[in-house]
Design a protein around this ligand. Structure first.
Ligand code: MOS
Length: 698
């Protein structure tokens, strides 16, 4: 039933089951390489990627004679016969165009066969002859340079205030180095695509965080108009950033399909290949110097960050950006330097920059609390800035202090002994730690929505957004229902297809907010066009008007993470036994899906704190821990039984019309620091390098 103005919020803020839950748990939700004849996919060929056997050099010759003789092999695509790209500026995507090898594992050939077994065996039979050149694959061996900018367009270096004066006025100084290792997004569904070329149009069923961005990136490289590329992603088994930008396997699928017009090509990246081909978080090194008054009040914050990138495509982790805005201080200085190595291309991983940078900053804050004899919660409250130290702008609604205080109460922080290493339980040292979490409230312009009235008060709402497992499909229906003044059940939502109006990436924790604003504004336009009780068959298409005033406000989310850690006296084993986060994230659209997002972030932070460690062998330039046995990601047995997340009751209409801010990334930020700080409190051993493995406590 349609209702008259004014619209009141009803669905937003309430529990709704995931609309796609039943399809997922019964296996009926189809992923990129699962589509079949129902979707018009008949007689597919299977693609198998062949990677460069060296880190740098030239392909001299690809000997595919045995491959092509193998039963079932249909074709081999390499740099000698692949379709030519008309744009090759994106070196990561410009594969199979020349004989250059930029990193070990780079795609040098694709085997196409009637079965996966034949494709894999065909790849094994291939001989790739190379002229190997010397390479550099260790951060210590690469020269450091200042990039033009760091990820998300942040300034490379930024400083403010009179640093010399602040330094000389300080009576307490914490100056330390902190490191985080290579980390790899390990979504449940590996990167995959089904691709088809009919001579005119390219169709991809892709595992991606953004269908429109994939089409927009690939089309010009392939010499196509964007509307000649259709990308669909109805279900995606996680991404965490690794599917936020197209990577070379998508281009391989496209080039393979164009080699065999009329045939569907199915390409699934293996788990091992993901470690070379789908981006990763580079190792980071942070040099932090905190200068403070005796009571812990900060006088200066300095954060110098070093990371590595790939020599053939630059990506620089924005490790030091959080230090520009986290706490009040009269002076601060932040820098980023990067070494360009002959290695795989790094990219987005959940909270690029904030995750490793806040780890360093928040362990340093714990060290400052220790040095000043101040409670770590009080120290942070004492350094609360009234306005954004970076821009001078007012905050949207910074409620970090409330998060710290509520979280402390909920967690039972008060009975914590000040001295580390003083609480034991049998063979376990027991400690607690806290850290701040923060993430910007990003918002992306240029989203469009189509709304059409149907019979019985129903509406069809279409937007080319993607639900990568977050619950977007569910919460967008809630937002649409409120905007149109109907029940959630009256919304027929279509997403995940470039035939739907343009939408930005499910990334930067900005998906729901950016798309939800577009849906809300399109609904307002629809009601202006057609009134609140329209007959069936009327429609409106609207593109977002700019929404948040980012020039004059600093828009961020905050949180406080509390951890209890036990360290075994004899073995050094580290267990996180309690983990809690209190967050300020604006209005929560759906408490069920939101809690899952925050739990997922907390557990990914725990995983980074205790387990994840990508090890590269610089002699060969590849990641040797290229499976989930040697690259351990937190599993059920690693998860604390006492895990909780809560949020403040608030609504932030400066950021979105329905009052919500993004929640995809803030859960991971600060978590590793809270756990490291708790491990120090348990043992008195300060570990400044992730992950916190047992050997560090012996
Ligand atoms: Mo997220 S790393 O912005 O996809």
């Amino acid at each position: 039933m349609s209702t008259a103005e004014p619209i009141t919020t009803r669905a937003v803020g309430t529990h709704h089951d995931r609309v796609d839950g039943p399809l997922k748990v019964t296996g009926q939700a189809l992923y990129a390489v699962e589509h079949g004849t129902d979707d018009g996919i008949t007689d597919p060929v299977v693609a198998w990627l062949v990677g460069a056997p060296v880190a740098k050099g030239r392909v001299l010759r690809i000997d595919a004679a045995d491959t092509l003789r193998h039963d079932g092999v249909v074709a081999v695509v390499d740099h000698t016969n692949a379709p030519r790209l008309v744009e090759t500026d994106d070196a990561e995507l410009a594969i199979l165009q020349d004989d250059r090898i930029h990193h070990r594992g780079q795609i040098v050939a694709v085997v196409l066969a009637e079965t996966a077994e034949a494709a894999r065996e065909g790849a094994r039979l291939m001989r790739v002859h190379v002229d190997e050149e010397p390479h550099v694959a260790a951060l210590d061996d690469g020269g450091l340079a200042a990039p033009d900018e760091v990820n998300a367009g942040h300034e490379t270096d930024w400083a403010d205030g009179d640093l010399d004066a602040a330094r000389s006025a300080a009576s307490v100084v914490v100056e330390q180095r902190y490191t985080t290792p290579h980390e790899h997004n390990s979504p449940m569904e590996p990167h995959a695509a089904s691709a088809h070329w009919d001579g005119e149009r390219l169709t991809l069923w892709d595992s991606t965080q953004g269908v429109h961005p994939v089409a927009k990136t690939l089309a010009p490289m392939l010499g196509l108009e964007q509307d000649q590329v259709r990308v669909r992603a109805p279900y995606v088994g996680g991404g965490f950033g690794s599917k936020g930008l197209p990577h070379s396997p998508e281009m391989a699928a496209a080039l393979a399909a164009m080699t065999l017009p009329g045939r569907w090509v199915r390409l699934a990246v293996t788990r091992q290949q993901m470690f070379a081909l789908t981006g990763y978080r580079t190792e980071t090194r942070s040099h932090i110097r905190l200068s403070a008054e005796p009571d812990g009040r900060l006088l200066a914050v300095e954060h110098d960050a070093v990371s590595q990138t790939s020599a053939h495509k630059e990506f620089v982790e924005q490790t030091a950006t959080a230090a520009r805005m986290l706490y009040a201080a009269p002076a601060r200085r932040t820098t980023h330097r990067v070494a360009a190595l002959d290695v795989a291309v790094p990219s987005w991983m959940r909270a690029p920059g904030e995750m490793p940078g806040v780890f360093a900053h928040e362990v340093a804050m714990d060290e400052l609390a220790e040095a000043c004899g101040v409670d770590p919660v009080d120290l942070r409250v004492r350094n609360e800035p009234a306005t954004d130290p970076e821009t001078g702008n007012p905050w949207n609604d910074r409620r970090l202090v409330e998060c710290l205080q509520r979280g402390a109460e909920r967690f039972g922080w008060a009975d914590r002994p000040a001295e580390p290493g003083t609480r034991t339980d049998g063979d376990w040292y027991v400690g607690t730690g806290v850290a701040t979490s923060t993430y910007p409230a990003l918002w992306m312009p240029g989203n469009a929505t189509r709304i059409e009235s149907r019979a019985d008060g129903r509406y069809a709402v279409g937007i080319g957004a993607v639900d990568i497992g977050t619950g977007a499909r569910t919460v967008l229906r809630q937002i649409a229902a409120d905007a149109l003044g109907v029940e959630v059940g009256c919304i027929d939502l279509a997403i995940g297809d470039t035939s739907l109006p343009v939408a930005t990436v499910a990334g930067g924790s900005a998906g729901t907010g950016s798309w939800g604003t577009a849906i809300t504004q399109a609904a307002q336009q629809f009601r202006a066009d057609h009134g609140p009780a329209p007959e069936a068959g009327l429609h409106t298409v609207a593109t977002t008007e700019s929404y948040p005033d980012m020039e004059n406000h600093s828009l961020h989310s905050f949180g406080a993470v509390f951890a209890e850690v036990r360290v075994d006296r004899w073995t050094g084993e580290v267990r996180c036994t309690r983990l809690h986060g209190t967050y300020s994230v604006g209005r929560v659209v759906n408490p069920t899906t939101a809690r899952s997002q925050l739990y997922g972030g907390l557990l990914m932070g725990l995983s980074g704190a205790l387990h994840e460690d990508g090890v590269r062998d610089p002699r060969f330039g590849h990641t040797v821990t290229q499976d989930l046995a040697t690259y351990h990601v937190a599993a059920h047995a690693d998860v604390p039984q006492d895990l909780s997340a809560e949020w403040l009751d608030e609504s932030d209409e400066l950021v979105t019309p329905y009052g919500g801010r993004g929640i995809g990334e803030i859960g991971i930020v600060g978590t590793a620091a809270a756990i490291a700080n708790a491990a120090w409190h348990a043992t008195g051993v300060r570990v400044r390098d992730l992950p916190l493995t047992a050997d560090r406590f012996l």
